[in-house]
Structures are given as C-alpha cells and as structure tokens.
Write a protein that binds this ligand. Structure first.
Ligand SMILES: [Zn+2]
Length: 88
C-alpha cells in the first residue's frame, strides 16, 4: 500500500501523520496540519485570542478512514491539549 500524501486544503503543505491515542475516541491514524503559518491555524487562533483572551487555537486534521476533515483543538501550553507541545 502506498502512502498517499495528504495536503492541507488551507495552506497546501503536506500534513503530518498523527496518532490521537485511544483516549481521544478516534480510530487509527489521522493527518494533521502542523504548519504554524497555516491560515486555518492563524485565523482561528487570532479569533479566539481576540474574543476570549486565551492562548488557544485549532489545527486542521484529516481522517483518512472516514474521509473527513475538521478542527482539532490545540491548547497552547495547557494540560487539556491533545496536541500538547504542538502549539507555538
Ligand atoms: Zn494547513
């Protein structure tokens, strides 16, 4: 099976394979855009920071098993993050 490259529809960069872990409730491997310059990430973070004054953002992820993409929370430095350490 060849690994198909998954490109982020928001910035066009290759997304990283990401295992969300069993506690997330998601099955199997996902792809996530870890580009800190991605418009999805930057705009989401700015909006949340402006409205809520918290350092919180979303990253775009894609679930190949379900052929479905969406937003995953990236809490910047907080303990609740599924993506701890991935935020700026
Ligand atoms: Zn992106």
């Amino acid at each position: 099976m060849t690994q198909k490259e998954n490109l982020c529809p928001h910035c066009g960069k290759a997304m990283e394979a990401w295992d969300p872990g069993p506690e997330s409730g998601w099955d199997g491997e996902m792809f996530i855009c870890s580009n800190n310059a991605c418009s999805y990430f930057v705009n989401g973070r700015k909006k949340i920071a402006d409205e809520n004054k918290v350092n919180f953002a979303y990253r775009y992820f894609y679930n190949p098993a379900k052929n479905k993409g969406g937003a995953v929370a990236a809490w910047c430095g907080g303990d609740l993050s599924l993506l701890k350490g991935r935020c700026v």
